[in-house]
Design a protein around this ligand. Structure first.
Ligand code: NDP
Length: 249
């Protein structure tokens, strides 16, 4: 065991099949974490797990749709069964199908609320009893610059990401008796599959152009996670907001 405060930790990551979640899983496994990966694309997760195991890491893949409470519970139960504890939950799964409200993309609104917000709540519900029992744990929620600012076409996405910040602050205050740490991370533009979740072609084109010109690699986010985890247990990094240096918004 090294003293990085990451080695040996059991870390559950939602949305681990691409982007920020995948980069974080790889970064933490390389530092000795035992990771439990959740997402819908199980083939991708299984390929990651094979690779991690071949390199001496410990990893498990669990097919998970975070909009289904029972599946999130199963993800966490699997971690407990395999490793006997859960040290970290990273509530990362999300999507960003931007559009103006007047286009009435109500199904997209529903999916953002179901995944970006309710998925985070289901994750908290699944881990909290274990962390309370352990009297330790760390819950990391992923918000966004859009959790701080609102822009046209992004009202619903921003609403979900503002909600994640509000929820994280409430959680932070409530979990003091159990020695649980909470961190909300708000990234700017990071190169992932996220712009691909847009369902309106004109909006998708604009988003792609912005990301092509602005985004930085996903390892930026993974380093923020590692920073928060690796602090001594008496230090709780509550919030990180970062952007590409070239990003104005
Ligand atoms: P990606 O699209 O690359 O990754 C999104 C991940 O979420 C995938 O692993 C996807 O897996 C998973 N996911 C989507 N829907 C579900 C679902 N219903 N159940 C389980 N998993 C799901 O984008 P990012 O890595 O960028 O996104 C990760 C988080 O970061 C999101 O919350 C996003 O809002 C946030 N964020 C990203 C920024 C960026 O610029 N990239 C900026 C600010 C915040 P699968 O499809 O296999 O289920």
């Amino acid at each position: 065991m090294s003293d990085n405060n990451i080695d040996g930790k059991v870390v559950v990551i939602t949305g681990a099949s691409s982007g920020l979640g995948e980069a974080t899983a790889r970064h933490l496994v390389a530092q000795g974490a035992r990771v439990v990966l959740g997402a819908r694309r199980i083939d991708r997760l299984q390929a990651m797990v094979e690779e991690m195991k071949a390199n001496g890491g410990q990893a498990i893949a669990v097919e998970t749709d975070v909009s289904d409470k029972a599946q999130v519970q199963h993800l966490v139960d699997t971690a407990i069964t395999a490793f006997g504890r859960i040290d970290v939950l990273i509530n990362n799964a999300g999507l960003m199908p931007h559009s103006p409200l007047e286009r009435l993309k109500v199904d997209d609104w529903d999916r953002m609320i179901d995944v970006n917000l309710k998925g985070v709540l289901y994750g908290i519900a699944a881990v909290l009893p274990h962390m309370q029992r352990q009297k330790s744990g760390h819950i990391i929620n992923v918000s966004s610059v859009a959790g701080h600012k609102v822009s046209p076409n992004g009202a619903v996405y921003a609403a979900t990401k503002h909600a994640v910040r509000a929820l994280s602050e409430g959680l932070r205050q409530e979990v003091k008796p159990w020695n649980i740490r909470t961190t909300v991370i708000s990234p700017g533009a990071v190169a992932t599959e996220l712009p691909g979740s847009a369902t309106e072609p004109d909006i998708a084109d604009g988003m792609k152009a912005f990301y092509d010109a602005t985004a930085i690699p996903a390892d930026s986010f993974a380093r923020c996670v590692a920073f928060a985890l690796s602090q001594p247990d008496d230090m709780d990094v509550n919030e990180i907001l970062f952007r590409p240096t070239r990003q104005a918004y």
